[in-house]
Design a protein around this ligand. Structure first.
Ligand code: SF4
Length: 323
């Protein structure tokens, strides 16, 4: 793989940054337009398109479009757009990594100080790195992992790539604020407003006012409000809970539109499916095993939250314990 190819695949690396500086390319209207397309594809498809650039000049433009995209998002300061873009760029890089040699994977991993070791045929990673970048998914919970001398045993090469994907996403979420960009960047940021969620949580339903739902649901709703990604089980649990509470489907769809990888068609399909099947809200013990319980309510089921007194509810939401 040539250095330029590497930079196109992984435009967030220090090598790509250096290549861009060396090229002397300026942020022109064309680059801003390419950047806007890059972000729009990310928002529509949930993944940034892979490059089809053939000539070196196109390849440099592609890398520059990444830099310009960050400027647009840095100026927009919109958490939803930034988080959605972070997910899409990290998925693109992950797709590339799936087909790369170990050498390239380690080179990208090195950008985030992710170092793995092979011992007796096992792939090991330091616990603190694992905790920093592993997905919020029950499969990756530390309690489901083999530990030895401060290292976690990875089950496959793919898991290593998922951790790198997590590191890329975190890096993308930390876009620096851009205060006075060129006019074309400001116009592009304005054009992205059509992608913002139409309805904010506080406009949706009185029944979701603070204190009306248990701490675990409150936490998931807060994550949605901040446009954070939610793992599959968390989405499913929240949907089943809200359906169980009788929330209209349109309002649930509006809430889910805050997710950075929101896709209306898939969301509606999954919600309709959950409603048709009439799934029961899981017991607290099950939610605990999924890593989604965050308080000691002692109510057996989240649906019993309404039976608690006001003082207990307030205490649980504040401290995680009953008074
Ligand atoms: S105890 Fe039950 S209701 Fe309370 S936070 Fe945990 S799962 Fe939610």
């Amino acid at each position: 793989m040539s250095q330029l190819e590497f930079c196109i695949h992984y435009p967030f690396t220090s090598v790509a940054k250096a290549a861009l500086e060396q090229s002397g390319i300026a942020i022109s209207d064309r680059i801003v337009e390419l950047a806007l397309q890059r972000i729009k594809t990310a928002l529509k498809e949930g993944k940034v398109a892979k490059s089809s650039a053939l000539h070196d000049s196109e390849k440099i433009e592609n890398i520059a479009s990444y830099a310009a995209a960050r400027m647009i998002l840095g100026f927009s300061r919109n958490r939803f757009l930034i988080n959605a873009y972070a997910v899409a760029e990290s998925k693109r890089a992950s797709d590339y990594l799936d087909g790369e040699s170990d050498e390239i994977i380690d080179k990208v991993a090195g950008e985030f100080n992710i170092k793995t070791e092979e011992k007796n045929g096992n792939l090991l990673i330091p616990v603190h790195i694992y905790l920093k970048y592993s997905p919020r998914d029950v499969h990756y919970r530390l309690s489901n992992r083999e530990l030895a001398n401060g290292y976690v045993k990875l089950k496959s090469r793919h898991e290593k790539i998922r951790l790198i994907e997590g590191a890329i996403k975190k890096h993308m979420e930390k876009i620096p604020l851009v205060k006075s960009p060129p006019e074309s960047i400001k116009i592009a940021a304005e054009k992205l407003k059509e992608f913002l969620p139409k309805i904010q949580r506080q406009e949706i339903s009185f029944s979701l006012a603070s204190g009306e739902v248990p701490p675990c649901i409150e936490k998931l709703l807060d994550s949605l409000k901040k446009h954070e990604n939610l793992p599959h089980q968390a989405r499913w649990y929240l949907a089943v809970y809200l359906i169980g509470r009788g929330m209209p489907m349109e309002e649930i769809v509006s809430l889910y539109s805050n997710l950075p990888d929101y896709n209306e068609k898939i969301t509606r399909y999954q919600l309709d499916h959950a409603k048709k099947k009439g799934y029961a809200v899981p017991a607290c013990a099950t939610i605990l095993t999924w890593g989604l319980c965050c308080a000691d309510c002692k109510i057996g089921s989240p649906l019993n939250w309404q039976k608690l007194g006001k003082a207990d509810r307030e205490s649980l939401l504040k401290t995680g314990r009953r008074i």
